[in-house]
Design a protein around this ligand. Structure first.
Ligand code: ATP
Length: 360
């Protein structure tokens, strides 16, 4: 049982609090991603779980054991660093054997574990190769192998694909996901790349300013963000925000903005502020011939099977994701309307989304 639980975890460096009162439960065998912009406290959280940094306050449980004050070597956890130090003068077998030798394992056990890990990672044919002759991807596998041979309760990874080029990254993402399914070890993975997070994670925690804003499955993070920050950090392009500038009651089923009717989902809360705003994903808007929000086309980007149209309107720039077949020219006058009721209402004072039928 390798559930990881953090309770009221906090870390300060002098006057600066890098991680603020965080609570999380990472389930056994889960692939859990800590996602957020640079400096939001992802690495500090991971280092505290690893035992490389001591918490200022709070608790960390590995299974039932509270490990917050234990040294890294006393926790059954393997850390895969971004800039991992492989021994360039040793071959793959010796690189994989090294952590076990240091822990005093018998020769035969080392051989078994190394060959098993190499097979799982499909680098068994490279056991006698020198590190310097390997590709970036194979080096990454050796780095993972060094963590794997210890058969740890959990893996911690800090941007392990950060140094790879885009194509390799995609490939290694798939490899990591496959590997995780094969070995089923609890994994906590740090990245600032939302696409990487969406493709790898069972669940994602989005962090900002040392705080965990939301921890949920990728589709919930994408479709039902709890705050404006989460909504804007996830998605490419991000969500459109449209000012409503009026209060919204529970009874209300639509709102008119610039003579355009926006149907809103049934609300379970009456907004406290009169500075609310809508959040609408570009794929939940479409172009129409009449009755829509008027604007002119400012940009057209091709995204494989879809087009992103940027439209300048009186209330700001709005992005619409359309079918590739839609023929649209720069400066053309168009009208935009919601294509469904997938509209999120955010409270303008708290930036939090209001509960509605859609957000349920
Ligand atoms: P990145 O992706 O850039 O590594 P991150 O989200 O992982 O960002 P952290 O490395 O956890 O962020 O850092 C969070 C904040 O804490 C940053 O402002 C960083 O400068 C600060 N910080 C981290 N370690 C220390 C330290 N040892 N001493 C002082 N400040 C630190």
């Amino acid at each position: 049982m390798s559930q990881i639980k953090i309770v009221n975890l906090q870390k300060s460096f002098g006057d600066f609090t890098a991680v603020k009162n965080s609570n999380l439960t990472i389930y056994d065998k889960e692939f859990f991603v800590l996602l957020g912009p640079s400096g939001c406290g992802k690495t500090t959280t991971l280092r505290m779980i690893a035992g490389l940094e001591l918490p200022t306050s709070g608790e960390i449980f590995l299974g039932k054991e509270e490990v917050g004050m234990l040294r890294a070597s006393e926790r059954d956890i393997a850390f895969v660093f971004q800039l991992f130090a492989l021994y360039p003068h040793m071959n793959v077998r010796n690189n994989l054997s090294f952590p076990l030798k240091m822990q005093g394992y018998k020769k035969n056990d080392i051989k078994t574990r190394v060959e098993e890990a190499a097979k799982l990672l499909r680098i068994d044919h490279l056991l006698n190769s020198n590190i310097s002759s390997l590709s970036g991807g194979d080096r990454q596998r050796v780095a993972l192998g060094r963590a794997l041979v210890r058969r740890p309760k959990a893996f911690l990874m800090d941007e392990p694909l950060g140094t790879l080029d885009a194509e390799f990254r995609e490939l290694m993402c798939l490899e990591l996901k496959k590997l995780h399914i094969d070995i089923g070890a609890t994994t906590v993975y740090v990245t600032h790349d939302q696409l990487e997070a969406m493709s790898l994670a069972d669940r994602i925690a989005v962090m900002d300013g040392g705080q965990i804003l939301q921890a949920d499955e990728p589709n919930i993070i994408y479709n039902k963000p709890k705050t404006k920050f989460v909504a804007s950090f996830i998605g490419s392009p991000g969500m459109n925000f449209i000012d409503v500038n009026e209060g919204i009651s529970q009874e209300q089923s639509s709102i008119s903005i610039e003579d355009t009717n926006f149907n809103i989902p049934k609300q379970f809360e009456t907004s406290k502020s009169n500075k609310n705003f809508f959040g609408i994903r570009p794929e939940n808007l479409s172009l129409t011939n009449e009755g829509g929000l008027k604007g002119s086309v400012f940009g057209v980007e091709y995204l494989g099977s879809r087009k992103i149209i940027t439209i300048k309107t009186k209330i700001g720039e709005i992005k619409v994701k359309t079918d590739i077949s839609i023929n649209i020219k720069l400066n053309e006058n168009v009208q935009i309307k919601p294509s469904n009721d997938n509209i999120i209402i955010f409270d303008g004072e708290t930036d939090k989304s209001l509960k509605s039928e859609f957000m349920k």
